[in-house]
Ligand binder design. Structure first.
Ligand code: PLP
Length: 430
């Protein structure tokens, strides 16, 4: 597995000396990647089934993406939004061509794309349902309620943690924004009871990612669409994690039979380059008139050139075929491992995106598998504390999946052997 040992200017220990301690990264530092393989400072090789949390959609150092970055990098990186730039226009054209969208706003991350979507929804209500006809009333609306779902995740800005349905991310940052209602996911009756003329938007992940790769049912999404139509509320699909091909189609909405009013995309859209996008219709976009919202870096020429090359790869039939074939292969392999080790109660797959729910005995301990995986040259993720999550490159090869599964086998064997060794013999005999 070890191929080289280049000189390392810094160590993992240096991280703890200089970084704000809000992350607890693994024990190795990756320095190079190619496709779905990664090498650390010591030259040790890893199979990457984590994909940088569903970001490395076309793998590491894809030649076309490297070429796009190098080419644009040698031309012009940034002009800010006081000027237009060619890559941003071309990427927006591409997104409009491939989706329901007629207008695009670029941001730098998923949270910022959602922040834009949520602000747009409230401002749209002011435009179309103002409090009164006075100039001040036109910038206020009683239609300001945002409905979101328990366990949802929409980012880490103050607005998006407040809208997200995981209180641990918003606690301690009060006073919180008002007018946000959290309801149970996939419970259409709860939404029906809550929704009113006061509701300006419903925001939903078509597949909840951070809470364990949990799909919304088709009836739920269809019902949300109908309720939003009935109450003149905007339907926002947060496809930051489910988008850019992760579930199979370019965006998950395409297989749901439901078209949102606003869709947010990030993560896999840039394949590792920070970019976010908010997609919407011409009518809704009008609310963001000149000066109403903005971002210095949003629509940056370099980022848009990279994202355009990523989207061009993602939109090919061969990528889609690979997603389907590798999903089947990975699903079959994990099921076979589960037959051997009986660690999961549920193996959920939405395209190349897996949530493997640990049996109750292992609840709270998903992270332990990540640590042992590192030792065996395997990069995996968790979602919460009970689910092992996988989100590899959508171009991952059959060979890399095979090797990943082989290493998974070794990980499960080691974790279970360590557990057995930790149990006193008396208990085992009893
Ligand atoms: C569904 C969803 N929305 C928003 C975000 C936030 O994206 P970012 O971390 O790029 O701000 C994430 C990140 O995990 C996500 O999964």
């Amino acid at each position: 597995m070890t191929t080289e040992a280049p000189h390392s200017p810094v160590t993992r220990a240096n991280f703890d000396e200089v970084m704000v301690p809000n992350y607890a990264p693994g024990s190795f530092i990756p320095v190079r990647g190619k496709g779905s393989r990664v090498w650390d400072q010591a030259g040790k090789e890893y199979v990457d089934l984590a994909g940088g949390i569903a970001v490395s959609s076309v793998g590491h150092a894809h030649p076309e993406v490297v070429h796009a970055r190098t080419e644009q990098g040698g031309k012009i990186w940034h002009v800010a939004n006081v000027l237009a730039n060619e890559p941003a226009i071309m990427l927006a054209q591409k997104l409009c061509e491939l989706t329901f969208a007629e207008r695009v706003f670029f941001a730098n991350s998923g949270a910022e794309a959602n922040e834009a979507a949520l602000k747009l929804a409230r401002r749209y209500a002011c435009d179309h349902f103002p409090k009164d006809d006075s100039p001040a009333g036109k910038l206020q609306s009683d239609k300001n309620e945002i409905i979101s779902f328990i366990d949802s995740f929409h980012g880490r800005t103050l607005f998006t943690v407040t809208v997200g349905g995981q209180p641990k991310y918003s606690q301690g940052f009060g006073p919180a924004l008002q007018g946000i209602t959290h309801l149970p996911f996939n419970d259409l009756e709860a939404v029906r009871k809550q929704m009113s003329a006061r509701t300006c938007a419903v925001i939903v992940e078509p597949v909840q990612g951070e809470s364990g790769v949990l799909p919304a049912t088709a009836e739920f999404l269809k019902g949300l669409r109908e309720l939003c139509n009935e109450h003149h509320a905007l339907l926002i699909f947060d496809e930051v994690q489910s988008g850019a091909g992760r579930t199979g189609p370019l965006y998950a909405y395409m297989n749901s039979g439901v078209t949102p009013d606003i869709l947010t995309s990030a993560k896999g859209l840039g394949g590792g380059f920070p970019i976010g996008a908010m997609l919407t219709t011409e009518k809704i976009a009008k609310t963001f008139a000149v000066g109403v919202h903005g971002s210095t870096y949003g629509g940056n020429a370099l980022g848009c050139a990279v994202a355009l090359s990523v989207i061009n790869i993602l939109a090919t039939p061969s990528t889609r075929a690979n997603i389907a074939a590798r999903t089947d292969q990975l699903r079959a392999g994990i099921r076979a491992l589960n037959d051997k080790y009986a660690l999961f109660t549920d193996i959920r797959a939405s395209g190349l995106w897996f949530g493997c729910e640990l049996i109750p005995k292992w609840h709270g301990r998903a992270k332990e598998f990540v640590k042992v995986a590192e030792k065996h040259g395997l990069m995996i993720l968790v979602a919460g504390t009970n689910v092992i999550r996988l989100a590899p490159s959508l171009l991952i090869t059959a060979e890399d999946i095979e090797l990943g599964l082989k290493r998974f086998d070794a990980v499960f064997a080691e974790v279970l052997a360590a557990e057995a060794a930790a149990i006193p013999a008396a208990v085992v005999v009893a």
